[in-house]
Design a protein around this ligand. Structure first.
Ligand code: TRP
Ligand code: SF4
Length: 325
């Protein structure tokens, strides 16, 4: 069975964009691949180093989000990056052979610096972000890495680092392939891309009353001032959600809007109840896992053991091949 590895940063509650964009896909993949899903706490430090007090709780909450969304610890390995310190050692080895120019040209390097104006990202660790990611992937000799479009340059760099290592010292690391996730765009409450940094998210852990409030605050067709004005669903964020959550009813909702047969308040009510219904099982599972923290703690301890066995072996191979031991 081919092996996959992917990771996600513990930087706050997961939102619907993460669920549709990554997690729902991982849930499907866990049946087809030997799967490793990592909570990338060290990567979270690259942009969150100023505020580390929440880290432990964020890791726990992310693990809860992952399991309640359908990742099954019987089928896949869920672990915390810093629990397997071999990642750091391989990162250090890779840092010796990675030219600075490779890192400076990674598009996320400049774009994140522009995006996160209130964090000083002029650090050694942040420049090295993709090297650590390469270590995450290559230490498991992953065949495939499921990621979104924005991560492609990191996978490309991972292949380059693998190639450079293999050329310099000998064949240790297979070159991984990306598995691009095709996903519908999930707009945030304000119509922009759903993102924690915009504060426009619906968290998958939001209770029903919060979901209702958030849906009520969503932007609609700005030209529809009165209920009697015909609407333009194609420009409405609420309608974009209906497309994902209302299945076969989508046409009738669109027509009702265009003919001013339905008001926005009613339309939002309908959406809120569909969202709440689709998140119901996740929410229930989350309450269970929060009530007994030992379930997640045990799962992460098992994950650490399973991941460590492979990581230790690969690191040993790498050091032997280099002639270090
Ligand atoms: N950089 C990834 C992101 O922000 C997270 C990540 C860390 C990752 N290590 C990884 C993804 C290894 C895939 C493989 O989404
Ligand atoms: Fe949007 Fe629904 Fe209002 Fe039409 S009726 S503008 S689809 S919220």
């Amino acid at each position: 069975m081919a092996r996959i590895l992917s990771g996600i940063q513990p930087s706050g509650r997961l939102h619907l964009g993460n669920l549709i964009g990554a997690l729902a896909n991982w849930v499907k993949l866990q049946d087809k691949y030997e799967s490793f899903f990592m909570i990338a706490d060290l990567h979270a430090l690259t942009t969150g180093y100023m505020n580390t007090k929440q880290m432990k709780e964020n890791i726990f909450q992310l693990a809860v989000d992952m399991v309640s969304s359908g990742l099954d610890p019987e089928k896949c390995t869920i672990f915390v990056q810093s629990d397997v310190p071999e990642h750091c050692e391989l990162n250090l080895i890779f840092s010796m052979i990675t030219p600075l120019a490779w890192l400076e040209r990674v598009p996320t390097y400049k774009s994140k610096i522009d995006e996160l104006k209130d964090v000083d990202l002029g650090t050694y660790g942040f420049l090295g972000y993709p090297v650590l990611q390469a270590a995450d992937i290559l230490i498991y000799k992953a065949d495939v890495v499921p990621v979104g479009q924005d991560q492609l340059p990191h996978i490309e760099l991972t292949r380059e680092i693998a190639r450079r290592f293999n050329n310099l010292y000998g064949e240790v690391f297979p070159e991984p392939k990306e598995l691009m996730t095709e996903v519908p765009v999930m707009p945030g409450l304000d119509g922009r891309k759903m993102s924690k940094s915009y504060g426009n998210t619906i968290a998958i852990s939001d209770p029903p009353d919060v979901i209702e409030k958030k849906v009520n605050s969503m932007v609609t067709d700005p030209a529809r001032v009165r209920k009697s004005d015909p609407g333009h669903p194609e420009v409405c964020t609420v309608f974009a959600y209906h497309k994902i959550y209302s299945g076969g009813e989508i046409e009738s909702i669109g027509n009702a809007c265009r003919q001013a047969a339905i008001g926005c308040i009613e339309c939002k009510k309908g959406l809120a109840s569909k969202l709440v219904a689709s998140l119901k099982d996740i929410y229930k599972k989350r309450l269970e896992l929060e009530a007994d923290r030992s379930i997640i703690e045990k799962m992460l301890a098992v994950g650490k053991e399973k991941a460590s066995v492979i990581a230790k072996q690969t690191l040993l191979d790498a050091k032997k091949t280099m002639g270090l031991i």
